[in-house]
Design a protein. Structure first.
Length: 476
């Protein structure tokens, strides 16, 4: 059936997918559209962590926190609450209602996906799957029944889970992972967030806006060490102005419960006390007991499944997608990996994954969205080019909405003047980045971007303006 890793007759192929997250269910739809018989083995619920415990829940929480933050800072727009200027302490939330809504939305989204799978004729086994060879999978369903499945193509999309420190074991009550916060019945009095990456930064900002006293413990010299330094500085400035404490160069080595709350021990001996602690110290792949070694599937030194740009593993006919591969752990990337995997496996024309075309967002306030090559790439000589940063406080729409923080930064290649990368920091950066993603992917020049019409007044006008500045600087 296989030829160079593809299936010669897709209409008769059987595809088995282990994992029902974005990588899994998007791949299933592509395979089914190609005429394949498809079986998904899913353990926790269709949608995976992206829908049930991570992206959908966290961004729903952040949406609530953004409403609170907007109301609390709206006095300059003339907003009054019962005749007085709004202040942060005046506006609160019912956390039980917030969390119930979060979990209901996640469940509804998962059910929508399940209905789509059923409508497309995709079989779903609720349970666990394990490789038993290069073309076979053992499924153990919830009733304990075992089924041996032959597969022409196998896709592994088992996701990842929060990394846990042995000295800070979560109890779901005071010491929490980001999957457990939605069971809280009331806001923490003082929340310690350990980890200043994307997850830590997002939750720290959200809970602070909801009314918590928050301290963010960072082992690095700044928040968001993997992001654009100018963008990270904006967020740190906002944190400082709003009273969110950041402890930089502070590595946490343990977290313990006390009679009144928790304490976090730092490497230098200091103790940080609070009512709750959220551990956001990275992710581990769900690749244990998956039969990888038996099937000969290679993993890296962290346990992530090694794949190429069309999602192939080291074993012909076995593909992998999503967080279990460790490739830019984003739901959008997982979905694209899954779609690419099935198209390649079933003989369809497909373009390999191009990571410089991936846009991503930190859902902080303001949001930080990026695409393409970075300031670090420019500074390190990865490419020759120019960059221009345009602060948003010069934008008319930004002034109208009372936005004081943020910018548009565009990087272009020297000579061709094609857009190589971009950073947007604003309240709606996740929406604004799309035009710049198109520019990167389609290799538009800054002139083409600058001469494309934008609405006035709009934040997107700053995208065109930043492109115009790069044109002027090049001529100068």
């Amino acid at each position: 059936m296989r030829n160079n890793g593809t299936v010669s007759q897709p209409e008769s192929a059987h595809v088995v997918i282990i994992g029902g997250g974005p990588g899994g269910y998007e791949a299933a739809l592509v395979a089914r559209a190609s005429g394949a018989e498809v079986t998904i083995i899913d353990r926790d619920g269709l949608g995976g962590s992206a829908v049930l415990t991570d992206c959908v829940p966290s961004k729903t929480l952040i949406a609530t926190s953004n409403v609170i933050a907007s109301a609390a800072h709206s006095a300059e727009l003339g907003v009054r609450i019962n005749g007085t200027e709004p202040e942060a302490g005046q506006i609160g939330v019912d956390l039980v209602v917030v969390n119930e809504r979060i979990k209901a939305l996640a469940a509804a989204q998962s059910e929508d996906i399940a209905e789509k799978m059923a409508a497309e004729g995709i079989s779903v086994i609720r349970g666990r799957g394990r490789l038993t060879g290069p073309d076979s999978v053992m499924a153990l369903d919830e009733s304990g029944r075992m089924t041996q499945l032959h597969a022409d193509v196998i896709l592994l999309a088992t996701g990842a889970r929060p990394r846990v420190m042995e000295t800070a074991l979560p109890d779901g009550d005071r010491i929490l992972t980001w999957e457990q916060v939605y069971d809280l019945l009331e806001l923490p009095d003082r929340l310690i967030v350990v980890g200043s990456g994307v997850t830590g930064a997002e939750f720290a900002g959200a809970y602070h806006a909801l009314g918590c006293d928050v301290v963010l413990v960072s082992s690095r010299d700044r928040v968001l060490p993997g992001e654009d330094p100018d963008a990270a500085q904006v967020l740190e400035d906002v944190y400082a102005r709003n009273g969110l404490e950041v402890m930089s160069h502070s590595r946490a080595i343990a977290a313990r419960r006390t009679e009144t709350g928790v304490e976090v021990e730092l490497e230098d001996g200091r103790i940080v006390t609070g009512s709750h602690v959220l551990m956001a110290v990275g992710s581990l792949p769900n690749t244990d007991d998956l039969g990888l070694e038996d099937a000969g599937v290679a993993v890296d030194d962290r346990g992530f499944i090694s794949v190429d740009r069309v999602s192939r593993t080291s074993v012909r006919g076995i593909y992998a997608a999503g967080d279990c591969t460790g490739v830019m752990m984003l739901a959008s990337v997982a979905a694209m990996q899954g779609r690419i995997a099935m198209s390649h496996a079933l003989g369809e024309a497909v373009a390999p994954l191009e990571l410089t075309h991936v846009s991503s967002t930190v859902f902080s306030s303001p949001e930080i969205a990026t695409v393409g090559l970075t300031q670090r790439d420019l500074d390190n000589g990865v490419f020759r080019g120019d960059a221009f940063l345009l602060p948003l406080f010069t934008n008319a729409r930004s002034k109208m909405e009372g936005q004081h923080d943020g910018f548009v930064k565009i990087l272009c290649r020297r000579g061709t003047r094609t857009v190589a990368g971009a950073v947007v920091v604003s309240e709606n950066a996740s929406e604004l980045i799309h035009a710049l993603t198109l520019a990167v992917e389609q290799r538009l020049t800054v002139d083409e971007l600058a001469t494309t019409f934008t609405v006035y007044p709009s934040l997107s006008g700053s995208v065109a303006e930043a492109a115009r500045r790069l044109h002027v600087n090049a001529e100068g």
